[in-house]
Each structure stands twice: as structure tokens, then as C-alpha cells.
Design a binder for this molecule. Sequence first.
Ligand code: ZN
Length: 510
Amino acid sequence: MVMTDSPPPSDRSNATQSGPQGLVLALFRPVLFACAAIGLSIGLLVFFHHGAPVVATAPTPQSETAAVTLPDPEPAPLITAQDFQGFQPAGPGQPATTPGQPSQQQQQADAEPPASDRYELTLRLEKGDTIEKMLADINVAEADRKQVDEKLQEILKKRKIAIGETITLQVQTMADQPDAPRVLSLSVRPQPEHEYLITRKDDGSYSGEEKIYKVTTRIVRVEGTRHGSLQQSGVSAGAPSAAMIDFIRALSYDVDFQRELKEGMKFTVLLEQLVTSDGKITHPGRLLAGELFLTRNVVTIIRYRPAGGADGFWTPQGESVIRSFLRTPMDASHITSGFGMREHPILGYSAMHTGVDFGAPMGTPILAAGNGKVMMAGFNGGYGLYVKLQHTADIGTGYGHMSRLGPGIKPGVSVRQGQVIGFVGATGMATGPHLHYEFYRAGHPVNPLAQKFAMRAAMSGKDLAAFKAMTQRYQGQLKNAPQITTPPANTAADARQPGTPQAPQVASGR
Ligand SMILES: [Zn+2]
């Protein structure tokens, strides 16, 4: 049993020094960015806390919230057997279809020997640009560019082409006028399922057409091996980074990335891509399920939306990956004194230690372990500055020795999981800065670290039956779905890039 109530400074440094720890920090930077509340770096936390909130969640009552609440993911389209029909893995065997080349034209081009005077131009609409100006810049004859522009305005129906939009042109150079290329077609595709197409007819006039492509889903899997960052390993293997962030976030409640995740470990993610009827991928892949192969076990996460509930990730047993309570109400902490009998460091005699002490530097933010209501916020004898939260009728948590309270924390206010309720201090009976953390069940203190009960929401009844069936299907697809092996060329829908501090919040399970 540990006798001290405050950590020796040498212990602290372990958690924040660079070196191997720095490497680990680098490996999980995306996750850390994501979890302002729980990231290893307190500096980051404070920055995000006071600066632009990175919390990609529904609006919270407190602007200061560094919440661990997860963003509400996009709704899950239903997946049917149809998803598998018509799937062809992208490969060299497939002709590349570009937005400007409708399949009919493509076939024509294939049928005829390629004419050297025909070519494709891809231009960007710049600031202050117009289509007509763009065509004038490439020396298209005035009569032609006027017509093209007119037809385009007709089908655009007052819609504007955004700055930066790509315009694809099929152009032909005529022998009799080599300096004035002829526009055979012009295509603008603001959304992958939406194309505005102008084509030159045989009589030299132009016609405009608004094309709508049907979007369908296809299920693919990506197999990867962890080398360095798990997220980057997934991206290199062909998964979109947003899907990898989802994967890491879903795993983070159960996987201790520092200790359990080793180089060379394998993982598989199952993705749902959206594909237009002309074969264009409009979404590089939304995470449906994933498997991480650890030394001794496989951690599987499954996306599911229970009836009337929110979309989220679940264990194959039908329990939410999200824990109702954080295991540790702060990061950059380590246990300096466990729950149970001990010799009190100040009083000098044996007494029951009714909580767990977490050593952390003065001023480290303390997070609400779960959603609840503030019952007490103020000085409380030996506890010093103390906050008590009630989470359910049965469960409460207490936080002692704070240096100061979190913004807006007073009796009666509601708090969300991960919200900053105070800062580490050494008020009351404490030999050094630490958090004394208590967990109450039915009014009695219990060991917070032993409370695995009721930590997760679980499905039951019809939901569970439907979920089990889906899980079985996904588990099969994790092994059998068509595999993609290279990063998708079209990642426009995957806005989040590695390293962008735009990642979701993660509760580390340590
Ligand atoms: Zn204590």
C-alpha cells in the first residue's frame, strides 16, 4: 500500500518526458488532439479549453466544456444485399472515367484511333473568374464561348459555380484555325452525383444537360498492419483518415494504446463507400466495423443505431464502447494512493482511504467522471476545496483538494462527462497537489477503479437481436468483403487529414 498522499516529483516526470513517451505521444497525436480533456498534454487541454473548442459535439450548456461526449455521427444508411451487387474492385482493368467524359463519349473515343488534336483540360475557377473569361484565356472563339456560357447559365439556373471548382473541358484543335481550339464539351461537377454538362452538337451549336447520378453503397474492407501511428497505418493501407479516427476513438475505451498496441499488429476495417451510378466514389468510406488483433485478444467494434437511439459503436456483445464513467477523472495522472486501509500521511494512524489519489501537477484540470448534477462545491474540512456530483440516484462522485473550482461550478448546475469541474490543488489535508477521487454507490464510498458495473449502455430485446444478426454479417464481411489496398484517389469527402486538430474526443481508458 502506498503511504504518501502526494507523488514524488520523479514519478511525475515519467508521464510527461519526451523520449519513448514522446514517441508514444507522437503515435497517438490524432487521438490526443481529439481528446482535449484527456490528452497527455495539459497545455493542449488548456489551449483547447480556452481557445477554439475542438469538441465536435452538439452544443453544450457550458462553453467551457472540454467534453468527452462523442460527436453525433452521420446517420447510417441502411445496408442491404444490394450493396454487394455490381461491385467491382477498382483496378487497372477498369477504364478510368473522369467527370468530363461521359461513358458514351468514352466509348466513342475508345472505338476511334485517338486523335492527337483532341485533349482534355482541367481548369480551376479562380477568384473573379467567369467561364467565359476562362475560355477566352485558352483562346476559344468568341461565338463559341458565348454559347457555352449561355447554355451553362441556363442549366445552372442561377446557381453559382464556387471559386476553386474544377472545370473539365474536352477540346479539339482544328487544322484550319490552330490557335482557336474548339470546345467539344465542358463539365462542372460540384457534387459527385451532380454534373452540369455542355456538349457540342454536329451542327456546331451547344446543348446543356444537368446529369444526376444515383448514389449507392458498396462495402469494402481494408487490412492493415500497424507501423507507427495507427491512423496513418490505416490511411497507408487505403482507409480514409476519418474512418481511422472513428476506429481509434471506438477502441480507446478498451485498448491501452501505450501498453497493448505493438508494432506489426494487424487490423481490419469494414467501410461503406458511396458510389455514383457512373462509378465515382463520393464518400471514401464510413467505418462500419473494425477489428484490432492484440497479442492475446481481438477487439471488435461494430457501428449500430438502436431504435430511437444514437448511432454509435458497440462491442459484439451489444454493449456500447462508451463508458458512462471515466476511469480516471483527469489525464497526466497516476495513482499515488489506492482505495482501502492505509496509514494516513498526515494523521499518522491507520484509516480507511475512501477514494483513490491521483498525483498530478497543481492546476491540472479535473473532469466530471460522468453526466450529473453538482451537489456540493466548496470547502469541506480535510477534503479542502471539494466537489460532489450526483450522476444517478445511486451513483455519486467526489473530488477533493482542489486549488479552485471549474468555471460555473456551483451547487445545482448540471455537468457533462469530461467537463472541467475544478483544478488540482493541495487544499485541506494534503501533503502535495493531488486529486482525491471518491465513488459512491447508495451513499457509500466504493473503489472507483473496481466499478466496472453499469459502465456501459447495453442493448436488449429486438435491438439486441437485430444487432447480433448485423454483427454476424459484419464479422463475415471483415474477412470476405472486397479488399481495397490503396488509398482512394477521390478523398474530397474525407476532409480530415492526419495531424489536423479536428479529431473527435476520446476518453482514454487508463
Ligand atoms: Zn485521498
